[in-house]
Structures are given as C-alpha cells and as structure tokens.
Design a protein around this ligand. Structure first.
Ligand code: SF4
Length: 485
C-alpha cells in the first residue's frame, strides 16, 4: 500500500475565487493582468474570459501561474491573502521611515552655462545666492527630526564646489550631531568635477563623501550640452573622474546624463563613452520640463515618441552588450524591473505612490525656503511657488511637513484614486508625479491620455515585458538588474 494518497486527494474540490487584479489590452491577441504587489501575467483574450467566468481548469499551467502569483485562491483559503498582505507591506515599508534624502542647495552659482539647466544658475561672483550658516544649522535641525534611521545629505547647486566651505561646515556639523543620533549618514556632492582640488578630494575621502557627476556622452556632445568659456567641460570631467577615483575609490563617483536634441541620434556613442570610462550603468533620462529647459524651449525640441525611440534603441544596445559579456545596466529600466520582478520598491521619487515629493526627498534652498522636491524648487525659480512648503528660518518641522502644500499634493495625486490610473493595469509600477503634471498641465493629476509622463512610462512598461516574453536570456539579464539595483 502506498504511503501517500493519490495526487487528486491534495487538490481541493472547491471552486476558485478571484483575488483583486486589474487588466488591460497588451497587444492584438493578449491582455495583461496585474495585482497590487506587481505580479503580472499575459493571457490571451479567451483565457481572460475563462478566468473571470471561473472556467480555468485546475490542472492547466495557467491555473498554477494564477495561483502562484496570487490572482486566485480556493474558497476560504487564507494563505494567499496573507502572502499578498506581506508582499504589499514590504513594498510600502519605505514609507514608514519617512524622508531619507535631504538636498542642500548651497549655492546657485555655477561655472557652466548649460542651455537645459534645471536651475536658474547665477554667475560665479554672485555671493548673495549662497546658503548662510544660520540656514544650514536650521536645516540640520530639520534633517535630524526625520525618523529615518538612514539619512542621505546631498549637496546641489549651481555648482556646490563654489561654496565648498559651506559643504565642509554641514558635513562636520552633521557628523557631530550624529555622534548622539547614530543614524546611517551618507553624503553626496552633485558636481561637474570641474573645480575639484586635492584639498576637496582629501576632505571627501576623510568624510566618506561620494561624488555624483554628469556625463552627456563623447567629448563633442558633452561640450555642446555643457558649455564653459574654455570649451573643456569634458576634459575637466575626465581629469576629475580619474583623480577622484584614485583618491576616493573607483565606485565612489557616479554619473548622470541628460538627453538633448543633439543626443537623440547618438545613443550608442553615449553608452560607449560610459563603457570607455569604466561605468557599469547609464540612466537614460529625458529633459525635465523645468527651469532653463522650459525657458529656452529646449524641452519642446523633442517629443515623447522621439525620446522613446532613443530609449529603446539604447536599451537594445545595452542588452546586446550584456549578451556579449559586458555587464552594463540601464538604471531606469532596472528601477521599474525591481517593481515588476521583486516584492521590493526601489523608492525612486518619480515612480512612487503616494508621490515621493517631501516624503522621500526634501530640498533646502540657498535662501531658506523648503521645497517638496528638486523639481519644485526649479518651478519656484520660474516664479511658481505651488510646492514651496515653508521657510527653514521661521517655521518648524511640523509646520512644513503638515503644510497644505505638501498634504494636498500627496492626497490629490494618489494613483489609486485618480482617473485612469485607478483602473490602469500598470499602476503597480507607476508613480503619481504631481510636480511634473502641475509644471506641464497646471494640474497635479493631469489628463492621463494627454500626459507625456503616462505615455512614456506605459510604453516602457509594455516594452520591458515584451522583451522578457520574447527572449529568456533578456529575462535573466533583467532579473539580475532587478535584484542588484
Ligand atoms: S500614469 Fe498612466 S501608466 Fe501610470 S498608472 Fe496612470 S494611467 Fe497607468
């Protein structure tokens, strides 16, 4: 007699029930279904119909997939609900800790004059655009009121190295306060590297300060995008990169790129330049509709369709590099893939719901005003103060964090309740982005069928899923990206 009962004995005789999911057309033949924890499945239209009418056979492979991804459960079964709840809590767990990233705009002065600059930079000699010590102290009071055990302080400008004594002061004061606070404290300077000196690098080494820089591509493209009077911004970047890597360590310097109209036909050149300079990733970023970018109409010089063509061509090339033995990551895809393929959320401000503005990151401007995000202060530089949360010199942490400007933006843009997003199958991967929609459409929600944010992201979600469905090797590359970002 067999020790075990037959396999049939282990299959419940009950009917299955549907767990919450959303669905949408994916292509001519298939639909996509997703659930609140980001699991997805592509089904042909007939299978979707069968699923909803509870006609999927329990011995089919679709049935197993639906069960393992928590789209169905047997009547009365608790474990699928508990697993869903656990994964959902994990995805939202970063919200509990509240603000991690604190941006200090220590000066608006800059030695570059990039036409797409997102801030209203000032010339190098205008000291009235520098943060004062009183503001820095008040901002540090604010920083340590955040309950987050991990605190990142990022220095931005303008060019923060033009006010390096203030950077030094804030780092030293933060370290002093942290002796009793015991937070996991990190410092980053966002710099073009053009003004790096040995003294600055020694300070960064001694205080574990990382550098985040900008690289727009090969020399001609970088110099055209980031002009300096002596037309040598790329050379200064490369020299600075080599020096910084030698003193701080190879991985202590990162780079970001911005796509201008000049970049659109050069995506392979841009990626090749990142590879040549020893980077293992690139973040293919579109221009933001803020600051000088909108003033100079650069933002309008390409539309979302042209940018998507650039992005997809770049992604194809990066996949080709990976298949050829060069491990290299496209960062925006990796952030989305983390939401698609793991239970974790990377906490990337643009793709957060509730919006990351103010709660994932907050900005202290050189003049004492506090903003919900970097983009909000750029909007303010253009005369629109919609997302100005308060002033560090006159208002308390509570006044600022509980301000209507912040709470209204979060509440009004919540994707689970806004038109179209609430029904969208891609909502688990998407973000609220009230600042973008307000900047472009003067409405924090925006009409999604006309939203460039919606069009861009929906196209990328579909593209990533299609690439994974069509090729197992690409799927394993993407899985690696999702787990390492
Ligand atoms: S913005 Fe667009 S893609 Fe994102 S959730 Fe809303 S409708 Fe879906």
């Amino acid at each position: 007699m067999s020790k075990f009962k037959s396999i049939d004995s282990y299959i419940p005789k009950k009917e299955y029930e549907l767990l919450p999911f959303k669905f949408d057309h994916f292509d001519d033949k298939r639909c996509i279904i997703t659930n609140m924890v980001g699991e997805y499945l592509l089904l042909n239209n007939n299978d979707l119909y069968s699923l909803i009418n509870k006609k999927i056979s329990s011995d089919s492979s679709i049935f197993s997939s639906l069960r393992s991804k928590h789209f169905i459960r047997y009547e009365g079964e608790n474990s699928p609900l508990e697993l869903l709840a656990l994964k959902y809590r994990t995805r939202l767990s970063k919200l509990v800790n509240f603000t991690n990233l604190h941006v200090f705009v220590v000066t608006l002065r800059c030695d570059h004059s990039c036409p797409y600059c997102q801030v209203s930079r000032q010339s190098e000699d205008k000291n009235q655009f520098d943060m004062t010590y009183e503001m820095a102290d008040k901002a540090l009071d604010f920083v340590f009121k955040s309950p987050n055990p991990a605190i990142k302080i990022e220095f931005q400008g303008g060019e923060p190295l033009l006010n390096f004594p203030m950077v030094q002061y804030i780092v030293e004061q933060a370290e002093f306060r942290n002796k009793s606070e015991n937070r996991n404290l990190q410092f980053v300077i966002a710099t073009t590297l053009s003004l790096l000196t040995d003294e600055i690098l020694e300070f960064c080494r001694d205080h574990s300060v990382m550098l985040s820089s900008s690289l727009d591509g090969p020399q001609d493209l970088h110099n055209a995008n980031r002009p300096r009077p002596s037309k040598n911004s790329h050379q200064l970047f490369e020299d600075g990169l080599n020096k910084a890597r030698a003193v701080l360590g190879y991985d202590r310097v990162s780079a970001l790129m911005t796509t201008t109209d000049k970049s659109l036909s050069r995506v392979r050149d841009i990626i090749d330049e990142y590879v040549r300079l020893g980077f293992n990733s690139v973040f293919l970023r579109a221009l933001s509709p803020y600051g000088f970018a909108i003033k100079t109409k650069r933002y309008m010089m390409y539309d979302v369709d042209r940018w998507l063509k650039f992005f997809k061509e770049g992604l194809d090339y990066i996949i080709f590099l990976n298949k050829s033995g060069i491990p290299f990551v496209e960062v925006y895809s990796a952030l989305i893939l983390k939401k698609m393929l793991t239970s974790d959320d990377p906490g990337f401000v643009d793709l957060m719901n509730p919006a990351g503005a103010g709660i994932a990151a907050i900005v202290f401007n050189y003049d004492g005003y506090v903003y919900a995000s970097d983009e909000s202060r750029m909007l303010a530089e253009m005369g629109d103060f919609k997302f100005r949360l308060g002033n560090i010199l006159t208002q308390s942490y509570e006044d600022i964090i509980f301000s209507d400007q912040l709470l209204d933006a979060l509440e009004d843009s919540f994707t689970l309740s806004v038109p179209m997003c609430s029904d969208c199958a891609f909502e688990p991967y998407c973000g609220a982005e009230p600042v973008f929609h307000y900047a472009v459409y003067k409405d924090m929600v925006g009409r999604k069928p006309e939203s460039a944010f919606c069009k861009k992201n929906m196209s990328i979600y579909k593209h990533l899923i299609t690439l994974m469905e069509n090729d197992e090797e690409t799927k394993s590359i993407f899985l690696r990206w999702a787990t390492q970002c």
